[in-house]
Ligand binder design. Structure first.
Ligand code: NAD
Ligand code: TYD
Length: 337
């Protein structure tokens, strides 16, 4: 059996990956290790309940004793590390947990992977490690790392550490660096779900700065199709950028959501900018396309419509979330709202 340790599998992207891989293949035995932070939710795992080749363990990747125990017990052959603190705004409010989970946690997984001689270690990373672009140019895998937020610094550190384990110990590491994701089950602190839910709740839509910061958007399903391709075919020691060539200024996305939901642009409120706000991200994904034959399948228009529909149909899911811990965060962030 192919025993795969998937970390962070109760979060937005990790749960989507597990749902997808369990649907696609039954020769993977998935061990999902997740701490269940505010962002982890077992309800996101729709298929797994019924599967014999799926196991959930609640725990922290920084817990070396637990991690080593799991490697031994499940005879782990592969690791896919999604687990992380993932929100830039939270990293601005407090960086410590970002370094604990994203840097030290990854180190624990790398050390165990070395000890138990895993056959592949996939580090799920982000385009934010490259920093910010002006209006021209794209991030390639050769772009020097220039992370600007505590979040992106923690991710860049983990990437460098993973690559050093390849270089120094020959650990079969691969890294993916993806652009901004959207889709179902995304925690409503990120731009797209936040704007959808505020619109549905008749609340103001807080746009940072002038609204002209650009992000490059990809549907979570396309991201995970790429993760699978890199996991199965990626070359050891290599980095693969993942993006769908869908650059958009934030304000356009907000207006699109309002249009789709038949609401007025008067709901938009320009608020104080995020400190150190990166201006533009844009990914060149030529390498994964030409070397691994991956291409995005979904258009932005279709996938955003599907995503909006999902939030309309799954009110219970997000109502429970915004009435809990998130509510505190929502009220306190920069004292803006
Ligand atoms: P998320 O915040 O929705 O989920 C993170 C998951 O990791 C949660 O289930 C949480 O409980 C778990 N977790 C956090 N710390 C942990 C720890 N110490 N031990 C065990 N589990 C822990 O994040 P996401 O959006 O699904 O992102 C997943 C990964 O993809 C992250 O590594 C992130 O950096 C990367 N990424 C995200 C995006 C994006 O747009 N969301 C884009 C590119 C890359
Ligand atoms: P976000 O979803 O937090 O992702 P990231 O910062 O990792 O790219 O934010 C996406 C963009 O949207 C970013 O430029 C910040 C902006 N933004 C707002 O304007 N208002 C908001 O309330 C949020 C959460 C984000």
């Amino acid at each position: 059996m192919n025993n795969v340790l998937v970390t962070g599998g109760a979060g937005f992207i990790g749960s989507n990956f597990i749902n997808y891989i369990l649907d696609e293949r039954d020769d993977y035995n998935i061990i999902n290790l997740d701490k269940l932070t505010y962002a982890g939710n077992l309800e996101n795992l729709v298929l797994s309940e019924t599967k014999k080749n799926y196991h959930f363990i609640k725990g922290d990747i920084i817990n070396a004793e637990l991690v080593n125990y799991l490697f031994q017990k499940f005879d782990i052959k592969y690791v896919i590390n999604f687990a992380a603190e993932s929100h830039v705004d939270r990293s601005i409010l407090g960086s410590e947990v970002f370094f604990r989970s994203n840097v030290l946690g990854t180190n624990v997984l790398l050390e165990a992977s070395r000890k138990f001689e895993v056959e592949k270690f996939l580090q799920v990373s982000t385009d934010e490690v490259y920093g910010s672009l002006d209006s021209e140019g794209l991030f390639t895998e050769e772009t020097p790392l220039h992370p600007n937020s505590p979040y992106s610094v923690s991710k860049a550190s983990a990437d460098m550490m993973a690559l050093s384990f390849h270089h120094t110990y020959g650990l079969p590491v691969v890294i993916t660096r993806c652009s901004n994701n959207y889709g179902s089950y995304q925690f409503p602190e990120k731009l797209i779900p936040l704007m959808i839910i505020n619109t549905l709740n008749n609340k103001k839509l807080p746009v940072y700065g002038d609204g002209m910061n650009v992000r490059d958007w990809i549907y979570v399903v396309d991201h995970n199709r790429a993760v699978k391709a890199v996991f199965e075919k990626g070359k050891e020691g290599e980095v693969y950028n993942i993006g769908a060539r869908t650059e958009m200024p934030n304000i356009e996305i907000v207006k699109l959501i309002l249009r789709e939901l038949g609401k007025s642009e008067d709901m938009i409120e320009y608020v104080k900018d995020r400190p150190g706000h990166d201006r533009r991200y844009a990914i060149d994904s030529t390498k994964i396309e030409s070397e691994l034959g991956w291409n995005p399948k979904f258009t932005f228009e279709d996938a955003v419509s599907q995503t909006i529909k999902w939030y309309l149909d799954n009110e219970q899911w997000w109502k429970r979330i915004i009435s809990g811990e998130y509510q505190n965060y929502y009220q306190t962030q920069y004292g803006l709202r």
